[in-house]
Design a binder for this molecule. Sequence first.
Ligand code: GLN
Length: 479
Amino acid sequence: MKVYPTLREIQADLLTGKQTVSGMVEQYLSHIDSTNDLNIYVEVYADEARQKAAELDQKINTAPDSLGKLFGMVTSIKDVICQEGHGVTAASKILEGFTSLYSATAVERMLAEDVIIIGRTNCDQFAMGSTNENSVYGPTLNAADPEKVPGGSSGGAAVSVQADTCLTALGSDTGGSVRQPAAFCGVLGFKPTYGRISRYGLLAYASSFDQIGILGRNIEDIACLLEVMAGEDKMDSTSSRRAVDNYEDFLKNNFNKKVKIAYFDTAVEHKSIDADIRQQTLNFIDQLKADGHTVEAVDFAYLDYIIPAYYVLTTAEASSNLSRYDGIRYGYRHPDAKSLQETYEKSRTEGFSKEVKRRIMLGTFVLSAGYYDAYYAKAQKVRRLIQDKTLEILDEYDFILMPTSPSPAFDLGEKTSDPVEMYLADIYTVQANMAGIPAINIPLGTHQNGMPVGIQLMAKHFKEADLLAYANYVLKNII
Ligand code: GLN
């Protein structure tokens, strides 16, 4: 793999004057200009980034001790994460012209450590989708081949890293939206345990699944960003009170344990898996075994129930979460509605995309009195079974290994006509969200067709330190 300098290496160069923050920001901005056709950003904060860079260069010269942990890190944020005084639209017309009144806790914590946010990135509307085509701004294109989608919903985030327009990116992952685009674009994509990073200031899609995730080039950068953002937040009652590990230090103790990894035959032999991805996954398993790790196939009978249960539960939560966009309180209001009822109807009809409306309707249906038991309550039970079985496996094994996606990046337009086809492509990523466990996409190689292929590892709740350390080991010694 190509080796990218880590934030700490960048910082060393900044402190010895080999590089300046302003120089780096100019370089990123010029990459943003030259990749304009990929439609990565909804808005670029060029002036602000330049100003902050100048301030940091000054601080490096005059008061290096006062520098925050993330100085020199340039990041992008997905257009579902709030930053005070900046627009946020979830790639939807319904939030047209809306400006955040406060910052997400994750954003506030990064800014307090001197990160530079270079802009907000394109995504699927309200984070619903797997291709980034469902955006009011049009699709983001994959930098490896602009005829292909970057994956979704954090497609812009993935390409922002892939095209070197920033060092790291924040996305959100409800059912794979950080890991799947990372796999399609050949970068790292990490989703922490549910509750590890506060969701305050993240526009909600399905609150019991959503989690802010990180995309990047190096595990070290992900570890240090996680350490900054993670931890209890009074503004999010689902954020965990558990102490935050020193993820970065953990990486320094070279990982030299042999681990036990489970994988599912039902996943590797699934009818939907691409032959080359299957082969690369099996080869990777052989390499792990040759390196002394135990990798075993275990039974997991629920794989085909994951997607139906996920789409029942997430659409139910979405139908409730999105009821706040009523044409009155935020963003877009239809200009010629004649009554309150008409304002609701016309604003929502025009403001939401077809896919968002489909999900609101499906969610409303599964929650309706006549169908609640048959669908919603049933899907909750399925979620519990999947959680229990997943945790039972993780009691015996350190990690679960899965392909990240059954296929490499789709062609543009390939999945737009059949939403169910698109839903089914989430088969390998959703389990981690159902169970609330941490998971990471690691770039594995290149498909016969030239597109990136990823592999995924999942761990027990709050075992981020082990997961990141092992992923680092694998990247440095095996892939
Ligand atoms: N593709 C999945 C969906 O459309 C995942 C979305 C996400 O993780 N935000 O629901």
